[in-house]
Design a protein around this ligand. Structure first.
Ligand code: 2RA
Length: 330
């Protein structure tokens, strides 16, 4: 089993390495690949030195699985080349997510769709993954009609330079800027670029990816995505209308027994999910579960997860595990 991590020096790439180590993912060879500026650098993994290789070199190594986290442009160009060479590509960018010939996978929800013929598998957007993890089991029971979501997203979702901008601002340093406005002590209702319909790409990812993962194009979804000066995870206020009525204790019990979901919902004791607690955790945390008293069959929830973990690295590694455990890799 030859494994490659493409984009190994980025925030998600680094997190993928941590997750591979923590989960004891087994391989015979590991190849770390990154952009030309990092080629030749040495990265330690499990006490062993790995020299960063170029993406061109990586394509010739006959790797079985490549986890890509190198951006959409790189993925559009290189994922098909790796796939043509027999590699199963698990891609963390948005390049393939809405391609009807590619699967968009959250293993706990639709891993069963994967087959040996899937050569490029899309990893969904972070803000979508954590939301569908909590909504999928409720959809099975009560059937989703409409979702209204507002996000509070960590700067880690933008990358290392964004974390640096926030830290620089905090120290009064006038450093390079990633965002069009200050991020520290601010909130930017602007994640990814704006589209002609007035929404951002991030907002439309939440709409389209949710429907694709849940396999139901009739679900109404509307999103407002906001960047806030936090690290450790994305938070989401989610208002969900169902076709069927629910009972709150049953909702709690469904969520409490959903693998990968942890209910933290004891407001009297100030217990609710927060990014400070989701940091470095693989689970999705749900709290503030309450009935929307202004509308029938409607629920409010607060969903928090480490966007670099379940929102990116962990989900990608889980897909790799699913493919190997089910002998779906050539
Ligand atoms: C963000 N969703 O947080 C993105 C990262 N994929 O900006």
């Amino acid at each position: 089993m030859k494994l490659a991590v493409v984009g190994a020096t980025g925030l998600v790439g680094q997190e993928i390495l941590k997750v591979l180590e923590e989960r004891g993912f087994e391989f015979d060879e590991l190849h770390l690949i990154a952009s030309p500026k990092s080629v030749g650098q040495v990265i330690k993994f499990k006490g062993k030195d790995y020299t960063i290789k170029s993406i061109e070199e990586g394509a010739k190594l006959g790797v079985d699985i490549a986890i890509f986290s190198a951006g959409g442009g790189t993925s559009l160009e290189w994922a098909p080349k790796y796939a043509a060479a027999g590699t199963t590509v698990i891609d963390n960018s948005s390049a393939w997510r809405m391609d009807p010939t590619k699967k968009l996978i959250v293993p706990e929800i639709n891993g069963h769709e994967l087959t040996i013929d899937d050569r490029i598998i899309a990893n969904p957007n972070c803000s979508t993954i954590q939301m569908v993890m909590a909504l999928a089991p409720l959809h099975v029971k009560y059937k989703l009609k409409r979702i209204v979501v507002s996000t509070y997203q960590s700067v880690t979702g933008t990358g290392k330079d964004a974390v640096q901008q926030m830290m620089d601002e905090r120290k009064g340093i006038n450093g390079p800027k990633v965002y069009p406005h200050p991020i520290d002590m601010n909130a930017l209702p602007h994640i990814d670029s704006f589209l002609d319909n007035g929404y951002t790409k991030e907002e439309m990812k939440m709409v389209n990816e949710t429907r694709k993962i849940l396999g139901d194009s009739t679900i109404g979804v509307t999103a407002t995505t906001v960047r806030i000066p936090s690290i450790g995870g994305h938070s989401e206020a989610v208002n969900v209308e169902f076709y069927e009525d629910f009972n709150l204790s049953e909702v709690r019990s469904i969520l409490s027994t959903t693998p990968g979901v942890i209910v933290q919902d004891d407001p009297k004791n100030n217990i609710y999910p927060m990014p400070i607690n989701s940091h470095n955790r693989d689970e999705v945390f749900v709290g503030r579960i309450r009935r929307d008293e202004s509308a029938p069959n409607t629920l409010n929830m607060w969903i928090v997860a480490d966007n670099l973990r379940k929102g990116a690295a962990t989900n990608a590694v889980q897909i790799a595990e699913f493919m190997t455990e089910n002998s779906l890799v050539y």
